[in-house]
Every structure is written in structure tokens, then in C-alpha cells.
Design a protein around this ligand. Structure first.
Ligand code: SF4
Ligand code: MG
Length: 334
């Protein structure tokens, strides 16, 4: 089938007092109908900027869509007016954030908030919208939705608020749901429940999902394809199988090592990748990961590794895998 979303050579810059920052630098990927993809990386790697660009939530200025296209079906979202985008947001594409409290209106009941968007986007009357809101709350596992719909956001626990957010995001039956660190603020047990819920809903509603996370564990539970970002660029992309079982980029290796394992939790400190993410005002030359990479070669400091296609799905930006990389010198044999 055709992709639902095609991001093509997208570059998003921020003009700052100190100079230009390329928060997202020439990235391309697709999302197919009904699939969940994960975008993973440390904070500041460009994953949220990518997600927010799709919804055109980047403040411009200081942000700027410097290059590329974001095709939703055949339409380039970057060419849409604000009025056209406001029809797409919440209706065709929804987004949920880490902290539901900042996205929900504290002075409106949950019923009013879900109902409002249904009346606006789906042109439902008040009663139909209310009935649909109850149905959505039930779908996301909120007990006695007929009662709870009359309550305000602060009357819900963190986990329940996140369920409300998901209900609201899915109420207009969007084709694409973007989830930006949706479980980061929750404790581990609730995190797992919310991810299970998203997986369940994705199966039921056939919504495509882009899950943004710094946590490969969260991505593993939901996504069939994974994009690893570093310094605004794609470091590696592949199926979940590729990324979890055949990772080829040293940064992916580092992320995988920092994954908590059930048997290790609380027994051992997690391995973290040494060093800091780069300053994007003056990014490192060559491969942006080279200052932190234990495998770095001299070419890594000089030249950026272009895409190496490993299989139809799996690609990586690393000199270790690149066919033009200098071969290690062999000692002459007598
Ligand atoms: Fe490390 Fe070089 Fe690969 Fe970059 S290109 S990840 S520095 S080995
Ligand atoms: Mg973020």
C-alpha cells in the first residue's frame, strides 16, 4: 500500500542569537497505514521537533522549515495554511504529550473537552458527542465513564489522565496518532499499562502511530519499525528485529546497553552512553557521534557517513558499515 505519511529530506532550523541550529537535518522516512513506528534518541536529538513539524506546531520564527516535504497522502502539510492545518489537527492527525495536565483544560469537564472536538471536527450534535465521549472513555479503560465524564482533569490520577488524553486524541478517529513521550511522566507499572492500551487500540482502530521516546523499551513494546536519531539526523533505521537483534550503529548499541533488564533492575546501575549530546550550534565535523564513539576512526572526524543500505528496511549512517570506508591496514605477510 502507499505510505500514509512521507517525510522527505526534512530540515528544521532555529535561528538563535548565536546562530543557526539545525534541530532536524535532512531526514526521510515513511509511515504506512496501521503501523506503529518508533523514533528514539536522547533529548535534543530532534525527535520531538520532527513530531511537532508534522503537526506544524513549531513556532516560526524562531523555527523554520528550511527544506523538505511532509506528505500526508499526496498533500504537503508544509504548504498548508494555518486554517487548513487546524482542520487536520485533532481530526486526521492527533498528538499526545508527556504531561496530560498541560494539554487538558483544567476548567472544563472531561466530557466537555472530548465533546468539543467532536462537535468541531465531526459536526456532531451535543448528545451524539457526549455519547461518543463516553464510548471513548470506556474504550481506554476508564471505569464508570458515565460518571467520570462529568469530572475535571485534576480529579484523575496521572495514568487515568493519560488515558483521557488518548481517548480525546482518538475520538475523531485520526489516521495518525503522534505520541511524544506519552508515558515518561508515569511510573513503570502504569507506563506498561498505557503502552498495552495503545497497542490494543492500534489493533482495534488501525490507527498509525509515531511513538517518540528516549526509551527503547517503550518502543519495543509497540513498534514494528524504529528510527534512531542523533544530533538531528537518522543514525540507523530498521525493523524492530533489525534494531533490537542486529543493530549496526554504535549509538544504537549504547541505547540498547542502557535498557533495563528485568533481572538487573535495582541490582545494577544502568550503563549510560558516556559524554554529552552535541551542541547543535557547532556540531562536530564528520559523524556527529564521533566524540562519544569508542569505534571512531580518523575518517569519522572528517566525513559524514552517507546512508548505507543493508537490507530493504535496514539502513545505517556509520563508517563501520560503509562500503567506501578505509579498510583496516593488514600487516604484510612474508
Ligand atoms: Fe562511530 Fe565512526 Fe560510526 Fe560515527 S561513523 S558511529 S564515529 S564508527
Ligand atoms: Mg521531547
Amino acid at each position: 500500500s502507499n505510505p500514509l505519511l512521507t517525510v522527505e529530506e526534512l530540515t528544521v532550523s532555529f535561528d538563535t542569537y548565536a546562530g543557526e541550529v539545525k534541530a532536524v537535518d535532512n531526514i526521510s522516512f515513511q509511515v504506512y497505514p496501521g503501523e506503529a513506528i518508533g523514533i528514539v534518541g536522547e533529548s535534543g536529538c530532534g525527535k520531538s521537533v520532527t513530531a511537532h513539524s508534522i503537526m506544524q506546531l513549531i513556532p516560526t520564527p524562531p523555527g523554520r522549515y528550511a527544506k523538505g516535504k511532509i506528505l500526508f497522502g499526496k498533500d504537503d502539510l508544509l504548504q498548508k495554511s494555518e486554517e487548513e492545518m487546524s482542520k487536520i489537527r485533532g481530526n486526521d492527525i492527533s498528538i499526545i504529550f508527556q504531561d496530560a495536565m498541560t494539554s487538558l483544560n483544567p476548567v472544563l469537564t472531561i466530557g466537555m473537552q472530548i465533546g468539543e472536538s467532536l462537535q468541531l471536527h465531526q459536526h456532531m450534535n451535543k448528545q451524539a458527542a457526549y455519547a461518543r465521549a463516553i464510548e471513548m472513555l470506556r474504550l481506554v479503560g476508564i471505569p464508570s465513564p458515565e460518571e467520570r465524564i462529568k469530572e475535571y482533569p485534576h480529579q484523575f490520577s496521572g495514568g487515568m489522565r493519560q488515558r483521557v488524553m488518548i481517548a480525546m486524541a482518538l475520538s475523531c478517529n485520526p489516521k495518525l496518532l503522534i505520541a511524544d513521550e506519552p508515558t515518561t511522566a508515569l511510573d513503570v507499572t502504569i507506563q506498561a499499562q498505557i503502552l498495552d492500551l495503545m497497542k490494543d487500540l492500534q489493533g482495534k482502530l488501525n490507527t498509525s502511530i509515531i511513538l517518540i521516546s528516549h526509551d527503547l523499551g517503550a518502543i519495543a513494546s509497540l513498534c514494528s519499525r524504529v528510527i534512531v536519531m542523533y544530533a538531528g539526523k537518522i543514525a540507523e533505521a530498521g525493523t524492530a528485529m533489525d534494531i533490537f537483534h542486529q543493530p549496526q550503529h554504535p549509538y544504537t548499541w549504547g541505547l540498547l546497553q542502557s535498557l533495563p533488564r528485568i533481572d538487573m533492575i535495582q541490582k545494577q546501575k544502568l550503563a549510560i552512553i558516556p559524554g554529552q549530546p552535541p551542541d547543535l550550534l557547532s556540531p562536530p565535523t564528520g559523524c556527529p557521534f564521533h566524540p562519544r564513539c569508542t569505534h571512531a576512526m580518523s575518517i569519522c572526524q572528517e566525513h559524514y557517513p552517507e546512508t548505507t543500505v543493508l537490507t530493504k528496511e535496514h539502513m545505517v549512517h556509520c563508517w563501520l558499515q560503509h562500503p567506501d570506508a578505509p579498510k583496516p591496514k593488514r600487516e604484510a605477510t612474508a
